[in-house]
Design a protein around this ligand. Sequence first.
Ligand code: NAD
Length: 238
Amino acid sequence: MARIVVLTGAGISAESGLGTFRDENGLWSQYDLEEVATPQGFRRNPSLVHDFYNARRRNCAEARPNAAHTALARLEAALPGQTLIVTQNVDDLHHRAGSRNVIQMHGALMRARCGACNRVWPAPMHMAPDDPCPACRRAATRPDVVWFGEIPYHMDRIAAELADCRVFAAIGTSGQVWPAAGLVMEARAAGAHCTEINTTQTDVSGDFDAHLLGLASRVVPDWVAWALARADPGAAGG
Ligand code: NAD
């Protein structure tokens, strides 16, 4: 089990050029959530939804990890088996920064999934409604992302990891999307020290022991240095 669990949200990727959802000029000010991020929206207009995620996928391919992603990869490299990233992000910047123990609770832009048989495969840059599934050949392919109203991935494993963690941080997440917003309470219940890193206060700021206000690229490397200083390198978990 990981001793350090880090929850990340869209804010950690903002300085890499990927828009957040709720900030001023965020994606929700440009798109209707109901139309592009719900199963009902997909049924109504699959082309619109594919176009939305095709654009996100292109942006993601052009983006590079920033100093916050690389600092978290350094933490994992220094404390193998002791750190876990739980990300709400569908981009792949944690992986490209070198992090390996990552749970993408809201899925991944770079994966496609068959809505009929559930087969998952690497997403092409451009997806379209009539793309056939490589397994069952039905034209029911969708981005492998979790839409509003759907159940996030790996919640049982996340709960088990939080029950055992000693240090928890939430980076660049607004605390408005559940169940992610409630993970800090699970970490607290386990007795973990909880730090929020954000450019502003959030709906769940009151649930944290400490707050580091500032851009993730500046603040996360400092928090990683703090976590390394208080970690026990000999206590590697499984
Ligand atoms: P959100 O847009 O609701 O909130 C972003 C948070 O990040 C805000 O609290 C904001 O103050 C903070 N922030 C912005 N820039 C920051 C910076 N440079 N440093 C530190 N903090 C910064 O995002 P959310 O809480 O992750 O939840 C929304 C949903 O958005 C998630 O389900 C996620 O799947 C999806 N999403 C993902 C991406 C991505 O994969 N990169 C991008 C947009 C949205």
